[in-house]
Design a protein around this ligand. Sequence first.
Ligand code: PAF
Length: 282
Amino acid sequence: MKPIFDKKGLHSFLSSDKGKPGTLGLVPTMGALHQGHLSLVQQALSENSKVVVSIFVNPTQFNNPEDLEKYPKTLEADLALLKSVSEEIIVFAPSVSELYSLDISSKSYSFNGLDKVMEGAFREGHFNGVATIVEILLTLVRPDKAYFGEKDFQQLQIVRKLADKLHFPVDIVGCPIVREPNGLAMSSRNQLLSESIRQRAGIIYKTLHAAKCMFGTENATKIIEYVKGAFHKEPDIELEYFQIADTETLTPLKRKQENLKYRGFIAVYAEGVRLIDNIALN
Ligand code: PAF
């Protein structure tokens, strides 16, 4: 499996069989692939005749240079993993200069408030960076479907809004969170954790699950207090936020409405590594 490193190569590869029947799927990734990514790839392969997997650690979505520096980069292992799934996958692994030239900066977008809460509030500029690279990838690949994991649920809703606002003729497909045996949501960042913390980080899903159980009978304030208390007992895992929000608008829950769907969203720090997760509450 030979990755394509440049835009021209990608273009000529994709245009060589334009007109042939079938659809094209895109799975955008930042590499350091794990079972969560592979589940997106499997779904894309089952729904399309061709699949592009992009591997690109996008500098403009990192608000913290240290975080970018330590983000795992494992291209050889990623290629081997993809090859074990299917030799037909088209891997696009451009360099930063190939996609950004000399201007490594984000465009500025407006997402009707979706980008102002949670990850948007705690990671300034993050979603402008994500939207910039997703717009570039959708423009270069022109997929019929693009696949994103629900672990980054806020990102998924923002990408849906982006595709809609910019009139990309693409279906944005959200795929379920894949978890480690202790419930920890799979993430490339998990490999930065020590084995002991990785085990104890099971508390994140355990607490989300308990919040879900409380949701039928308790109000948001009570549930938030419960979550804070749970992390108080685990000082090595520091809670950054827990919020209950409307699934569509991502506005924080004040008073439950029967016809709306809610999710609980969480971000924590463990050994300096930022982990996020979320759960459907109703
Ligand atoms: O979810 C990710 O891995 C990244 O945010 C994405 C969508 C590949 C953009 O860089």
